[in-house]
Design a protein around this ligand. Sequence first.
Ligand code: ZN
Length: 354
Amino acid sequence: MSTQSTTQLTITRPDDWHLHLRDGAALEAVVADTARQFARAIIMPNLKPPVTTTEQALAYRDRILQALRKAGGNPDAFTPLMTLYLTDNTSAEEIRNAHASGQVYAVKLYPAGATTNSDAGVTDLLGKCTKALEALEKCGMPLLVHGEVTDPAIDVFDREAIFVERVMKPLRRAFPALKVVFEHITTKEGAEYVRDAEGPTAATITPQHMLYNRNAIFQGGVRPHWYCLPILKRETHRLALVEAATSGSPRFFLGTDSAPHARGLKEHACGCAGCYTALHAMELYATAFDAVGKLDKLEGFASFHGPDFYGLPRNTGTLTLVRETYQVPAELAFGNTTLVPLAAGEALAWRAHA
Ligand SMILES: [Zn+2]
């Protein structure tokens, strides 16, 4: 496809396979943004306290749909796909209950201390979680992995590459039939690992990691709205991620990792990690695919590869992207404070019409 001449693109309605919605007023402020563009989203369980049981996941699901209704969205047109937060103590029975509920679709591994609200995370995956992993493998439910080691001796820019060697490879060997999604990959090592790994292995890729390298964090001063975890990497890695996402390989699919934090907690002496992209996710992805002339690969990445990997039906609705200027708002309402979206104030060349 000659991308430059494309002025409009209609694709099967996409899903977001990695999303943070938070809770309470924050949830109410952001949930309608996701529901506008996506039919389904995998909801991250790192609340305070974390969502570790099916009962908690189902209650959270209800709060999400209530918040969507309150925000003027249509709860019948959006399905939250719930997840459990894996801990050292997650039992096989809890996994079986989660699967049997029909509302929980995955379990998330956070290495203890890796990111926002991950203190309850796993300290030793293959030492302490084998029963839970066996149960997951057996019921065909994916393990979603935050793939960074948390060893403070490892450079923050190297934590994903080291994780591949220390955790992903032994995990793959120990549980060859387990579905594993390496979430928000950020490196060439991560992309190549997923491309070549044996067994059912996939990865999500965020818009920020396709559009920016680490220079964006420091351009003209420290820019906290470009700070996320895993952190942006150097240009060689960004190019590898763009290549993976636009390759057409069914192992790579859309996961925004959109993570709202109040403006004051980003612009802070110890600012939170996370980029807010739910508002304009498809505009950002279209920009990234268009930049390399691969708009024809966007639908597979955004709408087919995810449900195919999870074993869910593809969506039936559509979403249309039009080549027209979209001005990213400078900030958004967020409870009694504000939220700054990624690329605030900038102009993008694509606009989504849901
Ligand atoms: Zn995340």
